[in-house]
Design a protein around this ligand. Sequence first.
Ligand code: TXA
Ligand code: MG
Length: 314
Amino acid sequence: MTAPIVPILAETIALAVEILSEGGLVAIPTETVYGLAADASNPEAVARIYQVKGRPRFNPLIAHVASLEMAAREAEISGPARVAAEVFWPGPLTLVLPVKQGGSVCDLARAGLDTVGLRLPAHKGARALIAAFGRPLVAPSANRSGHVSPTRADHVAADLGDRINLILDGGPSEVGVESTILGFDGETPVLLRPGGIPSSVIAERLGRPLRLHSEADGINAPGQIKSHYAPKAKLRLNVATPDEGEGYLAFGPGAQVGLNLSPSGDLVEAATKLFAMLRALDARFDRIAVAPIPSTGLGEAINDRLERAAHRDA
Ligand code: TXA
Ligand code: MG
């Protein structure tokens, strides 16, 4: 079955809200590129995004908001970040900010980090949808991993039509490249990804130069190891039976000890539990053994995450 393409109107927004509330995936227009949207608070829905895109990694996703008020419920927005939000939102700027207690964006969408990427899109249809939904939608570009980002509804249909529930058509994306991503090191703005708003324009309006992201930064850039939560404990992978004193991250039927990512062996369920269980074991053990996990489907991203955690000092 191919997802229907419908114009983004009041009635189709109501339909999209229903689908999203049930954990479905809806492609949405934005001014940068089309996004593949899911309920940011629903880990199963977020896992499905990684699955249908075929992403080999759990990169943190951008949570899209309908207003500054909605953003302020999710993150601490102060100093130069607040100035940037007031000047450039709505628009193609994403701000990476400290997550707020009680925020709704789930662990998996943030790849376990204590920060959240927020964006208030300029596209009116996108904003109307998020406002109707009432809380943030995560939306990476609506293409399969490794393919180019879609700027029209029919691009989405060609790439992902058979894997998602609905495509909202809001016309061609005007900007055509992804949003600029800005993080902050204290008061210093750091460019994490160039995009729709030139960094020189941001620097000028903030009245200070942007630092280019470097490995030395405590903060994270797309695709880098540091953009991931790293456990303090030492990890051992592909362990069928843990040693005495090791925490155990189990998978599949039969495992009687430790915490089980999915007793039924479901990789989508495992993805939704990965970060929370790693944190829970990390709090109690110096060493964690991890059961073998198949590398099919979401197993690829799960194993990528675990391998980075196991080899973080190498
Ligand atoms: O223009 C756009 O930004 C498009 C449209 C659909 O809005 N969306 C988009 O989303 O490009 P996505 O999920 O593909 O971009 C996510 C990028 C990742 O490379 C990720 O590393 C970075 O944003 N990011 C998100 N949250 C982050 C965080 N907490 N810390 C560091 N980087 C983060
Ligand atoms: Mg993309």
